[in-house]
Design a protein around this ligand. Sequence first.
Ligand code: AHR
Length: 323
Amino acid sequence: MKRNKAVAAWMMTLVVLALVLAGLGCSKEKGKVTLGFSQIGAESEWRTANTKSIEETAKAEGIELKLSDAQQKQENQIKAIRSFIAQKVDVIAFSPVVETGWEPVLREAKEAKIPVILTDRAVDTKDDSLWVTFIGSDFVEEGRRAAKWLVEKTKDRTDTVNIVELQGTVGSAPAIDRKKGFEEVIKDKPQLKIIRSQTGDFTRAKGKEVMEAFLKAEGKNIHVLYAHNDDMAIGAIQAIEEAGLRPGQDILIISIDAVKGAFEAMMAGKLNVTVECSPLLGPQLMSAVKDLMAGKTLPKRIVTEEGIFPMETAAQEFPKRKY
Ligand code: AHR
């Protein structure tokens, strides 16, 4: 009888031990909400600020963040999402490097009943039940704001204003939309003409390289540079200076993001205007994750509020900038 009791007690201890070990082996921290986030990479000052905002807010909100850097490759993002599904995270979020090609992996997440939040960039899918909400900027509006500034700036000119455009990553939402918004506004202004347009992949190095090629082909024929982000504009500024021209004067420069580097360039008189695109999406993302976990229904679209900063306001605004 005594022996049976001792065996039963041992069995119970073993069961408890097994449960504890299983708990420890599990990648999720007990009681914590787990968020798998697939980041695009570290291609720009904007992206670095975006990653920092997500990391800091997750920590502050007690959300366990599994962050994966895709190095600007869609295949890496797809792998990361599959690994989050396998790890059974509570929520998946990602900033899609390009718009298309996400259906299969998003379907897998849906089948696993893991909600997906899009941040910063949208996807182009027929079935929008594959993601719960999209948090980020209105890129088309950013393009319009950039063009409206140019229209106002050149309103007294009667000659043709030749524009070169540095586009973002091919197939990405901001590249497509910023081009669209800009063209929509200038289409009724025949004197504003885009003479060259090429991708600079959102990086300084590529921005410089492509601007060098533009300058080689067009020389002093270029009056305006429209860059889809500040990093490419900053790279292009170097190319313009190396070509013996004055950025901000000989060539008007318009870009998007409003990172600190752009304010420095504006204060030096080398960049004329930057349209704001805020990377500080951490607070909105974490609040969406918490709402989801509380069973709330999220709005399909959460738009970030943003402004525009011409160089005349740079010195005054610079101390207030958070990224
Ligand atoms: O998707 C947002 C864009 O991506 C930012 O404008 C750019 O700087 C970044 O790399």
